[in-house]
Design a protein around this ligand. Structure first.
Ligand code: NAI
Ligand code: MG
Length: 501
């Protein structure tokens, strides 16, 4: 960094005619979404073979609302025996009715699920925000619409698989074990279940232990949709339950999204078995901003890249690489924009940044804040008020960091952005590629040729140009290096659920 940024140097609009007031922060009255119409049971059972059944050992675990630390409900802890029961139900369904019906009929079931999700969208959005802490604006406008879009998209493929793989005969894999994380609970469920069903597979899915509510509401929806018993089984539990799914011999494919650490454990235990797998793991996305970029647009992109969903995003843009000549200006504009972000009640429609998903993740992010400071970084946090209870962290910038710092190399998974500068495109590419990950990245420049050049040399599964965190069911998603194996979404996502003859 050419010079350090001090508190006093707040950005002022250059035009004397500008009516924009960057110096004061607007006050908003609270606009809470009501949760009165959402029915949450005191206790949820396992969804196996089309029925809600008690867990073998009768053990349950609590789920809390991370914004209030209050208990919401409790979920069943599935043991090995319960996993076995679910796998057997899925096998029976696979070999029975589900494999005999036509692709067209499978498609009708998936369309029905998509439409029912739209009908219950508000209920799902509120539940997602209460159980996981994400702002209602995001669960309502991003997560749930994308969930429905995924089911609609893959419903369309169910009777057209022969066209997806010309000259080949696609066959379903069988029973798929699917393990998902807590950052996009229902969306990750959709990414997993929709293509699996479209290709004629049956599934045993386990949601993450801190966010199982929408998966259980989805199980109720599946029952209401009249899907044949055993096609979708949803069982709750923590890592042990996940491991029991991974190691079950009756499973043909494992689809996992989560940490790189657990991904490596899973990959090891699958080595040498017949099971296929896709692993979607961590990331440390670089945001490369060139001097010729539209700066205000870039600043909006950066804000969205790192603060969307509290930074709990595998493809989050958590490292800003900004060209030296504009670094000070970009940082000042970024800090001003950060002051306008509202951190607080996830159910408030004005909230931009909700609660950190769990106590454990709250502690992890706080540890990284300490690590950054101990590594000699300068830290800047927005001055916003945050609630007294619940797990909240102010949007944070680290400047004066170097490539080898842990905060630059490791996935923090919170609202924390590191900032480095570069002089040439080659230096930006070198720095962007210099982490163990390769999931996503962003490039901001006015020059199309630069987008293609830099985009081609970044070792990342997704590159956004002059924007960030845009998702669509038709686009494949997945990583290089330690960010994972295989692709989800689009046509690529179908390929992961079929054998081609
Ligand atoms: P995690 O990888 O432990 O959890 C993800 C899922 O895997 C959960 O459903 C969990 O129950 C299950 N699981 C845990 N251990 C397992 C095992 N041995 N076998 C099978 N399934 C298992 O992630 P965690 O601990 O919740 O988060 C830790 C860090 O992981 C975060 O700080 C973040 O950096 C990263 N993470 C990345 C995600 C991504 O989308 N790339 C999502 C969640 C976490
Ligand atoms: Mg919870």
């Amino acid at each position: 960094m050419s010079e350090s940024i001090t508190e006093e140097k707040t950005y002022k609009p250059t035009s004397p005619n500008s009516k924009l007031d960057f110096q004061s922060v607007w006050e908003y009255d609270s606009a809470p979404e009501s949760s009165a119409n959402l029915e949450i049971k005191d206790q949820y059972q396992l969804f196996i073979n089309g029925k809600f059944v008690k867990p073998e050992k009768g053990r349950y675990f609590k789920s809390i609302n991370p914004a209030t630390e209050e208990e919401i409900t409790e979920f069943a802890e599935a043991t090995q025996k319960d996993v076995d029961k679910a796998v057997k139900a899925a096998r029976k369904a696979f070999e029975g009715e589900w494999s005999k019906i036509s692709g067209k009929t499978r498609g009708k079931y998936i369309y029905r699920i998509a439409r029912m999700l739209q009908e219950r969208a508000r209920e799902f959005a509120i539940a997602e925000s209460m159980d996981g802490g994400k702002p209602i604006r995001e669960s309502r406008d991003v997560d749930i619409p994308l969930v429905a879009a995924h089911f609609f998209y893959y419903a369309g493929w169910a009777d057209k698989l022969d066209y997806a793989f010309p000259g080949k005969k696609p066959e379903p894999l069988g029973v798929c074990g699917q393990i998902i994380p807590w950052n996009f609970p229902l969306l990750m469920l959709a990414w997993k279940i929709a293509p699996a069903l479209a290709c004629g597979n049956t599934v045993v899915l386990k949601p993450a232990e801190t966010t199982s509510l929408t998966a259980m509401l989805f199980a109720e929806l599946v029952k209401d949709a009249g899907l044949p018993d055993g096609v979708v089984n949803i069982i709750t539990g923590a890592g042990q339950t996940g491991a029991a799914i991974v190691n079950h011999s009756g499973i043909d494919k494992i689809a996992f999204t989560g940490s790189t650490t657990v991904g490596k454990i899973i990959q090891k235990s699958l080595a040498g078995t017949h099971k296929k797998y896709t692993l979607e793991l961590g990331g440390k996305g670089a945001l490369i901003v060139f001097e010729d970029a539209a700066i205000d647009q870039a600043v909006e992109g950066i804000i969205n890249a790192i603060f969307f969903n509290q930074g709990h995003v595998c493809c989050a843009g958590s490292r800003l690489l900004v060209q030296e000549g504009i670094a000070d200006k970009v940082i000042m504009k970024l800090r001003d924009r950060m002051e306008s972000l509202i951190v607080g009640d996830p159910l408030d429609k004005n909230t931009d940044i909700g609660a950190i998903n769990s106590k454990q993740q709250f502690e992890t992010v706080n540890q990284y804040l300490e690590i950054g400071v101990n590594e000699g970084a300068d830290v800047y946090q927005s001055k916003c008020e945050i609630p007294d209870s619940g797990y909240f962290i102010r949007p944070t910038l680290f400047t004066n960091v170097s490539q080898s710092n842990r905060v630059v190399q490791e996935e923090i998974f919170g609202p924390v952005l590191t900032i480095q500068t570069f002089r040439t495109a080659d230096e930006a590419i070198e720095k962007a590629n210099n982490t163990p990950f390769g999931l996503a990245g962003g490039v901001w420049t006015d020059k199309g040729s630069k987008i293609f050049r830099v985009g081609k040399e970044l070792r990342s599964g997704v590159i956004w140009a002059n924007t960030y965190n845009k998702f669509d069911p038709t686009s494949p998603f997945g990583g290089y290096k330690e960010s994972g194996v295989g692709r989800e979404g689009g046509l690529h996502g179908l390929a992961a659920y079929v054998n081609l003859k």
